[in-house]
Ligand binder design. Sequence first.
Ligand SMILES: [Zn+2]
Length: 283
Amino acid sequence: MRYTKAQFEAEYPNNDVCLDAVFEARFGDLEFCPKCGAKTKFYRVKKRKCYACMHCGYQLHPLANTIFRKSSTSLSNWFYAIYLFSVAKNGVSAKELERHLGVTYKCAWRMAKQIRLLMAQETSKFMGVIEADETFMGGRRPINRRFDNKTALLGIAEKRGRVKVKALDGKVRAGKVLPYLKENIEPLSVLHTDESGLYNQAHKTFKHRTVDHGWHTYVSPTGVHTNNIEGFWSQLKRSVNGTYHAVSPKYLQSYVDEFAFRYNHRAFAVGRVLLDKALKHGG
Ligand SMILES: [Zn+2]
């Protein structure tokens, strides 16, 4: 289900409509005025970005505490930028935003940074039957043979559901893997992994099952497999193929956050979800 540019433009044709959308998302179900207490309606104050109580004139500023606050960029530019992030398979650079929106590079860079924060991974724990696996990214163009410039990713996946991924600093060790699993998966969940020694201690927290030897790429008769997380790895690698050279874990994490966000919301219109987040969660 795609959220098309035509749908987006029909829904948010101008700044006033965008501002109404922010007001509606934040204060839409406010029945009584916080100031005079009367059952009221709020009307838009002409030429200002606020709404006033029809009884006492008390003003509400819907952009306060959102990523849109104190921005010299128009609200419709912000909405369009969010839309672009939602549809771009490989992320959006500040340079592209600058070109699409006609804003300064500095402004575009700040907008991109704020929108990426909306795409950060959620902290709630997965539960049920969860797959875990690790992979390596980068290292296509070794600058110096003495350094291993690959970055490891550790990921977990729900069966046909969401993923969470962490870029690891340095070598992959059980001492990094297990704490991440405990942080992100409810105890007593069923954990599916391959036979890697990284997961040797996992049975102490989870119901740990390993993929049967020889069945790595197929669903084994026991139903234990890691196809979902492996499928995510291959999508991620296909998308960065040729475009991804930098391998700092920090950079990779932000790239993966975006990719995982789009993946996790694939069944919905990603742009819709992102806009809702921008409207409700502030910045
Ligand atoms: Zn009032």
